[in-house]
Design a protein around this ligand. Structure first.
Ligand SMILES: [Zn+2]
Length: 104
């Protein structure tokens, strides 16, 4: 018998077990990806706003020496902020670097 695959609409979890029954699962968080970056100059340095693969999640730096942080727009229901709110500044900057690298 051919095994059927069916994946969850929200994550890419394979939701059929070996009997072909749909399994309960906790959705895997989708990895955050930077889609565009807008830089702007401030009197103290360079700030930026990054759009991501989620409409409601953006990455910000105010350009005044502050932290890089995530901004959540909770009108977008397609993600759970809890999945991302523990991302470190370092991992956010890595996402931006990956984007800049791919763009070249
Ligand atoms: Zn899922």
């Amino acid at each position: 018998m051919k095994k059927e695959y069916k994946t969850c609409d929200k994550c890419c979890y394979d939701i059929l077990d070996s009997e072909g029954e749909v399994m309960e699962h906790e959705c895997l968080p989708t990895e955050l990806e930077v889609k565009s970056v807008r830089y702007y100059e401030t009197r103290r340095g360079l700030g930026y706003e990054c759009k991501t693969n989620f409409k409601g999640i953006s990455i910000w730096n105010d350009g005044y020496g502050g932290q890089t942080y995530l901004n959540f727009d909770l009108r977008d229901k397609s993600f759970n902020p809890k999945d991302y709110d523990e991302m470190t500044e370092g991992s956010l900057e890595e996402l931006i670097n990956n984007y800049e690298y791919k763009k070249q």
